[in-house]
Design a protein around this ligand. Structure first.
Ligand code: AHG
Ligand code: MN
Ligand code: MN
Ligand code: MN
Length: 328
């Protein structure tokens, strides 16, 4: 018999894996993602394509959908009574729970729309979220700076041919497919395990000349094929949305890399630690894979700033360990 997300969460609640507040919060995230799904699938018909005409704190030109999905996310979770505050890629500073609503015990961090450059070409995009325990007292940007290892839950929603919500609450990785007819997320994959070995990699090759030596060496070896030092041929994929790359890695293995770049030494990579690297690394580790910044496990990094960037190597353990060892 098919299990929907509400039933799955009710079982986690009765098993003592999650509490009522987390259950309410995850149900709210699932609900708001259906609203985002509605907007992204209607595209031009809903007037949501193109630029918003504003920049975010990271210096990116915001798309209309970056702004719209941020609003949908904020309004979708602020009322739940489960949150002390939230922080987003698209907001300069955190947003403590407004006085009008009950304060809860959790914090949520999110990338409301991942893969912004894919919006206008109707290619895969997503939403990523990370949930931690809130500290006591007043909530400020510093309240969010806990290592990824302390996450209570994390997940993403991928909007593509199918809309899929992928979730971990610390006991494995589960995927739910949205049934557009009934509006239910149905459990369609559980206990996901990433193969230890792989012959597939993902990296934006156009940046090759800017990479540091360890990544140059590693990618040369991948390209050398079965007569090279790795002794096998590799295939390459690049969707330009981390959600889609991580989804592929969870489904069939692979290594995904967004290394640091020597163009701008102030930026240690492109991806954001709090909204992208931490939640995805939690999912990857829960599925038996590995995630590092070339030196350390991403989940062990002590964050210093809310919008901090980080280099990312994640996926099948054998290849992530190899490229990490080249950095030593
Ligand atoms: P966002 O759209 O949330 O700003 O994130 C985009 C990120 C990530 O999803 C993706 O892996 C990467 O940027 C794509 O980068 P390139 O433009 O170098 O392909
Ligand atoms: Mn962005
Ligand atoms: Mn993103
Ligand atoms: Mn984004």
């Amino acid at each position: 018999m098919a299990i929907n997300l509400q039933q799955f969460l009710a079982k986690q609640l009765s098993d003592g894996v999650i509490d009522q507040q987390l259950c309410d919060l995850l149900n709210a995230v699932a609900d708001l993602s259906k609203e985002i799904n509605d907007k992204v699938t209607h595209g031009a018909l809903a007037g949501v394509l193109g630029f918003a005409g504003t920049d975010n704190v990271q210096g990116e030109h915001q798309k209309k959908l970056d702004v719209i999905t941020n609003e949908i996310f904020v309004e979708g979770v602020e009322w739940t009574g489960a949150l002390a505050g939230m922080a987003s890629e698209e907001m300069d500073h955190c947003l403590p729970t407004p006085a009008a609503y009950k304060r809860g015990k959790y914090l949520i961090m999110f990338d409301p729309l991942d893969g912004s450059s894919n919006i206008d070409i109707n290619a895969p995009i997503g939403t990523i979220f990370s949930i931690t325990k809130a500290p006591e007292g007043k909530i400020a940007d510093e309240s969010f700076l806990t290592p990824g290892r302390k996450q209570i839950a994390a997940g993403y929603v991928m909007y593509s041919p199918q809309t899929i919500l992928t979730l971990t609450v610390g006991n494995g990785v589960f995927m739910f497919t949205l049934n557009l007819g009934t509006g239910e997320y149905i459990l369609t994959k559980e206990n996901i395990r990433i193969p230890v070995q792989t012959q597939e990699f993902a990296i934006n090759m156009s940046n090759m000349r800017h990479w540091e030596a360890p990544v140059q060496k590693y990618v040369q070896e991948l390209l050398a094929g079965d007569t090279g030092p790795l002794g096998k041929n590799f295939n390459m994929r690049w969707v330009a949305a981390m959600v889609a790359e991580v989804h592929r890695v969870l489904c069939r293995g692979g290594i995904f890399m967004y290394p640091r770049d020597n163009r701008d030494p102030s930026k240690p990579g492109k991806l954001r630690l709090m909204y992208e690297a931490n939640p995805m690394s939690f999912l990857i580790e829960q599925a038996g894979g590995k995630a590092t910044n070339g030196y350390q496990n991403i989940l062990d990094l002590q964050p210093e700033k809310l919008h901090q960037r980080v280099a990312v190597f994640l996926g099948s353990a054998e290849e992530v360990e190899r490229v990490t060892s080249y950095h030593e």
